[in-house]
Design a protein around this ligand. Structure first.
Ligand code: UDX
Ligand code: UDX
Length: 463
């Protein structure tokens, strides 16, 4: 039996440890966090994050071999293997602001581990970190003057929100990076043995520390790059009469390209993509690789442009003004099936509409609480309405920006009846039946497809 500890009970730490505890009943898994309210929520029936299937997994193991606690020091002392999953946001100050990762929580955690240890421990980086962070951590942990020894490993997380449990239960691969020394190899083996409880061994990859750290940044950069690439093409489709879903289908059937991550939309969000790419950009700049840095930064710039372009298209199609017009924004989460609003393109659209002085009504089945927090002072200018029918009543336009299945299943005929005419609908995720909406009477603006409008003189989108 091992004592496994995870520091950081967030979107990564919580679900990951729940799945480990479920699959490894002989190990004791404790998740700790400085945030007391968060820990209390993990211990209650209302978990702090919305994630399909998570509650069932937590229920299986909670109290058996899965525990949540704020007693960080005591649990560090008892642990054999410590996963560190504290947040590593983009720096907002000083050198590297807006690009580099802010490692203060990580370093603080490393020092806390050292202060509370009296014997050998394996420390695993779960948080996304810049390449060679493990080296700094090894230095902090191993220069203790008391003969204490630690092995630092990298085991990046590849789970996506909304499908976290499925991704953890059935991962494409698990990556574990460590030092090529006898102690490093046996530390890697200890973590391999945990995952081997449920992951086939051919999907457990081992690598050197730096490859493992870098692979996480590169995986997210490649995924985000595909989204920005198809979004760039969506703009061209709107100008030319091509349909971006048809283009995506046609190119995705080429097995060399593949069909996933080719859905054009209002932009990518989430806590990882932008942060990890900017981190990669900063690393490249630091190593004097300006061209490489510029290449990857363009992925983020394209994303910001796509968000802004969506709002501009709304304004220009609604007779060049949305000022004082009620606009229902369907969706606040950065994607469906999560309550997370970090870097959500839906909120970028809200902000853009507020700048145009629109009366924004925001509707989302699970993310309104987080949206209020993310919008900060601007939340006072937004009306939050969980019921989409009420949100749309009296509105000039609907902007669908998160692909919740609920939004596709609404009765758009009665929604149309309660809206101001001419009624507009902008489908930023292409999940609605555009022809049907047009027949109901809406002026329909899909993304990356020609608009369907009832005006005789229509905008440049109409082909
Ligand atoms: C985040 C990022 O998404 C991911 O890329 C990064 O690799 C790790 O951080 P996530 O789990 O989504 O992962 O973050 P978050 O939900 O903010 O959870 C981090 C938790 O760490 C918070 O609950 C915070 O209270 C806790 N924490 C932070 C500590 O317990 N101690 C600290 O010193 C700092
Ligand atoms: C991502 C990575 O997928 C995951 O491996 C990593 O561990 C964390 O970062 P996540 O951010 O949770 O996961 O969600 P993801 O499904 O990757 O979506 C990110 C954003 O891209 C969302 O806003 C989503 O709507 C958008 N997206 C995704 C598209 O616009 N089109 C697509 O085809 C796919």
């Amino acid at each position: 039996m091992s004592n496994i500890l995870c520091i950081g009970a967030g979107y990564v730490g919580g679900p990951t440890m729940a799945v480990i505890a479920k699959n490894c009943p002989e190990h004791r898994v404790v998740v700790v966090d400085i945030n007391e309210a968060r820990i209390q929520a993990w211990q209650s029936d209302k978990l702090p994050i919305f994630e399909p299937g998570l509650a069932e997994v937590v229920k299986t193991a909670h109290g058996r071999n899965l525990f949540f606690s704020t007693e960080i020091n005591r649990h560090i002392a008892e642990a054999d293997i410590i996963f560190v999953s504290v947040n590593t946001p983009t720096k907002t100050f000083g050198q590297g602001a807006g690009r580099a990762a802010d490692l203060q929580y990580w370093e603080k955690t490393a020092r806390q581990i050292l202060e509370n240890s009296s014997g050998y421990k394996i420390v695993v980086e779960k948080s996304t970190l810049p390449v060679r962070t493990a080296e700094a951590m090894e230095r902090i942990l191993n220069s203790n003057g008391q003969g204490l020894r630690f092995d630092v490993l990298s085991n990046p997380e590849f789970l996506a929100e909304g499908t976290a449990i499925r991704d953890m239960e059935n991962p494409d691969r698990v990556l574990i990076g460590g030092r090529d020394t006898p102690s490093g190899r046996s530390a890697v083996q200890a973590v391999v043995d945990i995952y081997a409880h449920w992951v086939p061994c051919e999907r457990i990859l081992t690598a050197n520390l730096w490859s493992s750290e870098l692979s996480k940044l590169v995986a997210n950069a490649f995924l985000a790059q595909r989204v920005s690439s198809i979004n760039a093409i969506s703009a061209l489709c709107e100008k030319t009469g091509a349909d971006v879903t048809e283009v995506a289908r046609a190119i995705g059937m080429d097995s060399r390209i593949g069909s996933k991550f080719l859905k054009a939309g209002v932009g990518f969000g989430g806590s990882c993509f932008q942060k990890d790419i900017m981190n990669l950009v900063y690393l490249c700049e630091n190593y004097g690789l300006k061209e490489v840095a510029d290449y990857w930064e363009q992925v983020v710039l394209m994303n910001a442009w796509q968000e802004a372009r969506f709002v501009q298209r709304m304004v220009s199609s609604m007779f060049n003004t949305v000022a004082s017009k009620r606009v229902a924004v369907f969706g606040a989460a950065f994607k469906a099936d999560t309550g997370d609003t970090r870097e959500s393109p839906a909120l970028a659209v809200c902000r853009g509409l507020l700048e145009e002085c629109a009366n924004v009504v925001l509707s989302d089945p699970h993310a309104l609480e987080n949206a209020r927090i993310s919008l900060g002072a601007q939340a006072a200018q937004v009306c939050f309405e969980a019921d989409p029918y009420r949100a749309a009543a009296g509105a000039h336009a609907i902007a669908l920006v998160t692909e919740w299945a609920q939004f596709a299943a609404l009765d758009y005929e009665s929604i149309y009846d309660a809206m101001v005419k001419p009624a507009f609908i902008f489908d930023g995720r292409n999940i609605l039946d555009h022809q049907r909406l047009f027949e109901i009477g809406f002026n329909v603006f899909p993304l990356g497809r020609p608009a369907l409008t009832h005006f005789s003189v229509c905008d440049e989108d109409c082909i």
